[in-house]
Write a protein that binds this ligand. Sequence first.
Ligand SMILES: Nc1ncnc2c1ncn2[C@@H]1O[C@H](COP(=O)(O)OP(=O)(O)OP(=O)(O)O)[C@@H](O)[C@H]1O
Ligand SMILES: [Mg+2]
Length: 193
Amino acid sequence: MASYGPAQASPDQQSKGKVIVVCSASGGMGRSSVTLNLAALAARQSVKVDVIDGDLQFGDLALSLNLRPSLSIEEAAERKDVSNIREYCIAHESGLQLLAAPSRPEFADLVSPEFVTSVLEELSRDSGAVILETQAGLNEDNLQFMELADSIIVVASTGMAAIKNTKLMIETIKALGMKEKVIVVVNKCTDLP
Ligand SMILES: Nc1ncnc2c1ncn2[C@@H]1O[C@H](COP(=O)(O)OP(=O)(O)OP(=O)(O)O)[C@@H](O)[C@H]1O
Ligand SMILES: [Mg+2]
């Protein structure tokens, strides 16, 4: 993970964990798979890694990890409890810590983008990397998280619509001055020659 971030960061910046946002133009492209595989790989390399399920309505990272968290980002948001955010995380055997999505879609609105941003900042204070899976698509919330990120992973897959929408998404991110942060991961491309 040492290659992430600006080449000449200040000492304070160097001591903070890298914030990585994993997004995609539409659903099902592989954000969760990329998020969890990247986190597990980082954990295996002894990086302290936190994962936030920012797919607030239908996040399924806990399910994917076979975890049953008793707390999630929803309870933390309701209590406005950023300083104790690690108490809302659940450990996975791979070494990563997960802050799960709300248990039901109707609770998503209880979690503001400002709260997610605060959590990203808080976790990165004593973490090697914080990886956020966003909701699919481009919206104000996702752009706010991208602004904060050191790296933006845009997950793409094959198919005409997927490629067209991913291209539009990357163009928009570039137009907003975040070109240098973008890493494109083309997933599900085993059919390519
Ligand atoms: N490289 C791959 N090869 C085969 N299947 C894959 C691959 N990547 C992801 N999948 C499968 O595709 C489906 C969608 O993947 P995933 O959940 O990672 O995407 P997502 O972008 O997070 O989706 P969602 O929008 O539902 O959150 C899952 O069933 C997953 O197992
Ligand atoms: Mg997902």
